[in-house]
Design a protein around this ligand. Structure first.
Ligand code: SF4
Length: 485
């Protein structure tokens, strides 16, 4: 089977836009005639550009077909789509002279491809090499996949009845300009108590579901937003109700993301309820960058928050950094890495700036480092993490990331966050509570997965919390299609 650009069906428009965005940033619109692609895109530097790319004569792809064509319509369509994407990728690679680090891969979880091949009996090495060949990955990314999967294989593996619990607190001290999460400013606090009441009710309903289904708790994770933006008494009410879960879980994490939300009272509440792992996220050590990105805290506040947490006995702290922040140069990023090393976090998560339409950054023509520099920053972070004795343990990609790179989690031996791995690899069901939480049921063979999202809007959530709990109940009452009890 041979396809060319002229075989692009309207059905594949989204996939085509994904491939084009690997080369041009966020695609606004694509016009096509037989020889020319005209791409209207929002580049990561905030500028809107129109690029004309000649794809005449080079945009064809060869399908490697096993089995009969025309027997399974769904399979044919999938094959067609893959080949059209590959044809377009090859054309753009030639036309632009660019080799995206993750090749033609547009998905967010590349490790899943490796696992799928291993499920078919391939060794880790062979699965990685086949993924590299199929998607044209750079060898460094293949090595990254290999290292991550091998770290994950050494972790405690989930049991059949295991479930992870997620609680979302959609409030922050102030809103960061790059934020695309569901997060409201704590403000005058009017919404906090009604939200907490609704959440406690959903936790009761979830407790009943867990008992009815005989589920066992594997990991507990409270994120958002910034849970420590809540007043200590509300945080205490939530964690008191969650205590049986945090006691039973293999790990319990609470994000204390914004250093300006970390107080002795908050940390005491976390410690008193057995929270072992927290996240304190500076993103950068440079105060001028923090001001630009709207994080109303300073480097000094991060240093105080780490000192306080250490003094109060927290020995598993994650630190988030961002590569590619506006105005940051390579020497500035290296300074941040050296400074981070001094704070000695047990986990380090290095994000690559992703400018989403829902974030404020998108509207500002900021001075963002180019993709090449961001790639060098990501490499420097990997080297720094290795110097700190850490190994990579999970990764995910987002759309519109600077340099088409990835977010990577590093951990000291024995400190990898199970919840992060479980969510990325879809290995464990998740019961999520709170606005914007997405529950996920993973049937034992991991092939069939279904989600039940909670509403995102805080006022809707508090008004409709029983509907959210009913939705989760319904999901756990469902049988896998094709199964009978
Ligand atoms: S701390 Fe996180 S969730 Fe809160 S506003 Fe900033 S990026 Fe968004």
């Amino acid at each position: 089977m041979r396809y060319s650009l002229s075989t692009f069906a309207p059905d594949f428009a989204k996939e085509m836009a994904d491939v084009i965005s690997l080369f041009f940033g966020a695609v606004e619109r694509v016009d096509y005639d037989a020889e020319l692609l005209c791409v209207h895109a929002d580049n990561l530097d905030g500028a809107r550009r129109t690029s004309m790319v000649s794809v005449s004569g080079i945009a064809t792809g060869e399908a490697s077909v096993t089995g009969d064509i025309g027997v399974d319509a769904l399979r044919d369509k999938r094959l067609h789509k893959r080949q059209v994407k590959m044809a377009l990728y090859q054309a753009l690679k030639q036309a632009t002279g660019t080799h995206p680090p993750w090749g033609s891969l547009t998905g967010i979880r590349p490790t899943r491809l490796v696992y799928a091949l291993m499920d078919q009996g391939k060794s880790l090495e062979d699965a990685c090499l086949q993924t590299q060949r199929t998607f044209d990955l750079l060898p460094a990314k293949t090595r990254l996949l290999h290292d991550i999967v091998s770290t994950q294989q050494a972790l405690v593996q989930p049991k059949e009845k295991d479930v992870d619990l997620y609680i979302g607190i959609p409030f922050c001290v102030t809103r960061c300009r790059y934020c695309s999460f569901i997060s409201a400013r704590v403000g005058n606090g009017n919404m906090l108590a009604p939200y907490t009441d609704a959440l406690l009710h959903e936790m009761d309903r979830t407790r009943d579901l867990i008992a009815r289904e005989g589920l066992t708790i594997r990991a507990f994770y409270m994120g958002g937003g910034t849970p420590t933006a809540l007043p200590p008494e509300l945080l205490d009410r939530i964690l008191t109700k969650a205590q049986p879960w945090t006691d039973a879980a293999l790990e319990a994490t609470v994000e204390a993301g914004r250093p300006d939300s970390v107080t002795r009272e908050q940390l005491r509440v976390l410690r008193d309820h057995g929270i072992q792992r927290i996240s304190i996220n500076p993103q950068t050590m440079h105060d001028q960058t923090l001001a630009i990105i709207g994080r109303a805290h300073t480097r000094a506040q991060t240093e105080s928050a780490y000192a306080l947490a250490r003094q109060m006995g927290f020995d598993r702290i994650n630190m988030d950094l961002i590569a590619g922040l506006p105005g940051e140069t390579m020497p500035m990023f290296l300074e941040t890495l050296a400074w981070a090393r001094g704070l000695a976090p047990e986990n380090l998560t290095v994000h690559t700036l992703s400018v989403k339409r829902s974030s404020d950054m998108h509207r500002w023509a900021d001075n963002l480092p180019d993709g090449e520099m961001v790639a060098a920053m990501v490499d420097a972070a990997a080297a720094a993490a290795s110097d700190m004795g850490m190994a990579t343990y999970y990764l995910y990609r987002q759309k519109h990331m600077a340099g088409n790179l990835e977010n990577v989690g590093y951990a000291q031996p024995g400190t990898a966050c199970l919840y992060n791995v479980d969510t990325m690899e879809d290995t464990v069901s998740i019961l999520a509570m709170g606005a914007g939480g997405i529950s996920k049921r993973v049937w034992p063979d991991r092939v069939f997965i279904k989600r039940a999202p909670n509403v995102k809007e805080i006022a809707h959530y508090t008004a409709r919390v029983d509907e959210m709990a009913d939705r989760k109940d319904g999901l756990w009452r469902e049988e896998k299609p094709g199964y009978s009890s």
